[in-house]
Design a protein around this ligand. Sequence first.
Ligand code: NCD
Length: 306
Amino acid sequence: MRSLIDILDLSVSEIEELIATACDIIDNPQKYSEKCKGKKLATLFFEPSTRTRLSFEAAMYELGGNVIGFSESNSSSAAKGESVSDTAKTISCYADIIAMRHPKEGAPYVASKSASIPVINAGDGGHNHPTQTLADLLTIHREKGRFNNLTIGFCGDLKFGRTVHSLINAMSRYSGIKVVLISPNELKLPSYVKKDVLDRNNIPYTETESLEEAMPELDILYMTRVQRERFFNEEDYLRLKDSYILDMDKLTNARGDLSIMHPLPRVNEISVAVDDDPRACYFKQVLNGKYMRMALILKLLEEAKK
Ligand code: NCD
């Protein structure tokens, strides 16, 4: 059974196909409005979410399908001690496809081993978030028209930011990519990502604490929130939470064609004044996420038939 746990579960050409489907959905939504008639998506969210859960739900409704699920672990049998694997077996009796978010790294993978329907990782702890990456890739495709020859700055919580880990994996398969890692010392990109992804694919990267210094060379700036829920103590969070605040002043030295991305939610790290700048792409990313999730649901349900 084909699931999506890690962005690298999809080949480069499969990502191209998903982008082509998403673009066709954007142009011809009515063509897709009954494609999932009679099908059910189960959204199993053991962690808070606004965009990811609701965009999965909107995606399924726009495909003519239905949605069941829960958005809080304490309203599910997990609160009684049920294992992820038993939950997955149970939901396989009710639904055709699962989108699961879980605070524990690897939980959607465990679910996919027991489920008899496709499982989509909708974010597992500080590890991965492949469907946010699909949203990011459609955004890069639409804004930049290419995946090659891009200098991408990742700024903020690179340690716990799962969207960063997944997007770095995805971009590592293209040529001419340069990465600039902008973070406080305590929130640096984990060394396993540096070694297994950047070094292994010979992607040049630099690390800096200064957003201002990095700014002029960037084609894309990927801002992130400091991930409060993954900190061991509140003092460290409070000390680090406002490490970077992107405002119009900091954009003085930026390229005119910079694309400013953010997976959202934003807390303080982008001033609202930036929202009106044509370089701000983060609300477009939200919409792109829905289209890519539609394309993904279609693909996985099609493959499940085989
Ligand atoms: C991200 C996540 O959940 O990892 N949000 C999202 O799904 N768009 C980023 C975050 O929570 O900071």
